[in-house]
Design a protein around this ligand. Structure first.
Ligand SMILES: [Zn+2]
Length: 341
C-alpha cells in the first residue's frame, strides 16, 4: 500500500505527543492522516509514543469507515491485511473533514471536561477558535455519531469531549500539534501541591501482599491530598480510568486494610482492585499492574491536582462504567497493550 508523504510527519508528531504525559498516557489518544480515499489511523492498543520505532498506523478505506456508522459494526476492515485492528475511534477520524486529526487525553482539557461548571470558562478561554463542547458519549460509534452530527453542520477544528479529552483537526501535523498546545495553554489550571508520600509506611503495608508502590512518585498525591482523594474515590472521571483501573478507586484503612479490601472484592466476586489509596500514606498498585494501569494512575494525579476545591465534578454514571467494562473492543485494546514488548 502506497504511504502518503506526510505519514512520516505523522509518526514523528505522534511520538512527540505520545511521550508527553500531560497530553497522552499509555495507550490513550490516537492520530490519523487522510490520503485520497485512504485513512491512515493508529491501531487499537498501540502507543503513540512508539510511533517512531513500531508500525502503529494501519490503512482503512474512508468509505468503509464512514459506512460503519450506518451499521453497528465497530470493526472496520483494513485496506491492507495485517495483524492489528484500527483504533476504536476510527469513525470519528473519518468523519472529521481535516487531513490530519489528533485526539489526546490532555490533562488540563480533561480537568475542565470533568466539570459541570466549565461552560463560561470554555467560551472565554477558547474565543477565536472554531470549537464545540460535547457531553459524554461512550467511545467508538456513539461518540463518532455525536461528532458527525456537529461536523455535518459547520467547520469545527476543536472538540472538547465531555469526561474524556480533546480532538483537533488541521491540514498538517504541525498545525494539529500546535492547536493541541494552544488549547492546553488556554485551559491551563494551577496545580495544587500535594503532601509527600510515607514510602516506609507503604512498604510495611504492602509487605507479604500482592501490592507494591507505583513507579511514578507523583501518583501518591491522589492519596495524600484530601481533596484529590475525595475526587478519586467519588467515581470515575473518564473512560480509560475505568478500562485500566476499574471504576473509581477504593481506600485502604488500617494495618490490615489491604486484606480487608481483598476479602471484600472476593465476597462480591470481583477481581482484586488494581490500585488503592491509603489516606495520608500514598497510593498502592497491584504487583502485576500493566504499564497502561501505571500510566492511568499518573494521569489521575495530574487531573485531580488541577481540579480546584470549588469545582462541580461530573462523574461517569454506573451505566457508562458497565458499558466500558463489558466492551469487546476494549478487551482487545487492553490485550494488545499488555503484549507491548
Ligand atoms: Zn480517548
Amino acid at each position: 500500500m502506497r504511504e502518503p508523504g506526510d505519514l512520516q510527519a505523522l509518526r514523528a508528531m505522534s511520538a512527540r505527543v505520545g511521550r508527553n504525559m500531560l497530553l497522552v498516557q499509555g495507550a490513550g489518544g490516537n492520530s490519523s492522516v487522510k490520503d485520497d480515499d485512504v485513512l491512515w489511523v493508529k491501531a487499537s492498543g498501540t502507543w503513540l509514543s512508539d510511533a517512531n520505532e513500531k508500525d502503529i498506523f494501519v490503512p482503512v478505506l474512508l468509505p468503509a469507515a464512514r459506512a460503519a456508522l450506518a451499521g453497528d459494526d465497530e470493526r472496520i476492515p483494513l485496506a491492507a491485511p495485517g495483524p492489528l485492528r484500527a483504533s476504536i475511534e476510527t469513525s470519528l477520524h473519518a468523519l472529521m473533514p481535516h487531513r490530519v486529526v489528533l485526539h489526546v487525553h490532555a490533562v488540563n482539557t480533561i480537568a475542565w471536561a470533568a466539570r459541570r461548571d466549565a461552560r463560561d470558562e470554555f467560551a472565554s478561554r477558547l474565543e477565536g477558535l472554531a470549537w464545540r463542547h460535547l457531553d459524554y458519549f461512550h467511545p467508538g460509534l456513539p461518540l463518532a455519531r455525536a461528532v458527525g452530527a456537529i461536523v455535518a453542520q459547520e467547520r469545527i477544528d476543536v472538540l472538547i469531549l465531555g469526561n474524556h479529552g480533546l480532538v483537533v483537526g488541521a491540514e498538517t501535523c504541525e498545525q494539529a500539534e500546535a492547536l493541541v498546545h494552544d488549547v492546553e495553554t488556554r485551559l491551563a489550571l494551577p496545580v495544587r501541591t500535594t503532601p509527600p508520600a510515607d514510602e516506609d509506611g507503604l512498604h510495611r503495608l504492602c509487605a507479604g501482599t500482592d501490592y507494591r508502590l507505583p513507579h511514578d512518585a507523583e501518583s501518591h498525591g491522589i492519596a495524600t491530598d484530601p481533596y484529590s482523594r475525595a475526587i478519586a474515590t467519588g467515581g470515575s472521571l473518564y473512560p480509560d480510568h475505568v478500562v485500566f483501573l476499574g471504576p473509581g478507586l477504593p481506600t485502604v484503612e488500617g494495618a490490615d486494610g489491604l486484606a480487608t479490601l481483598l476479602a471484600r472484592a472476593q465476597a462480591s466476586g470481583l477481581p482484586a482492585p488494581i490500585a488503592a489509596l491509603v489516606p495520608g500514606l500514598g497510593a498502592v498498585i497491584r504487583s502485576d499492574a500493566s504499564p497502561g494501569a501505571e500510566a492511568m494512575l499518573s494521569c489521575l494525579a495530574l487531573v485531580t491536582s488541577r481540579l480546584p476545591l470549588s469545582a462541580e465534578i461530573s462523574y461517569l454514571s454506573s451505566q457508562h462504567e458497565q458499558m466500558l467494562l463489558n466492551w469487546d473492543a476494549e478487551r482487545y485494546r487492553q490485550q494488545v497493550t499488555a503484549s507491548r514488548g
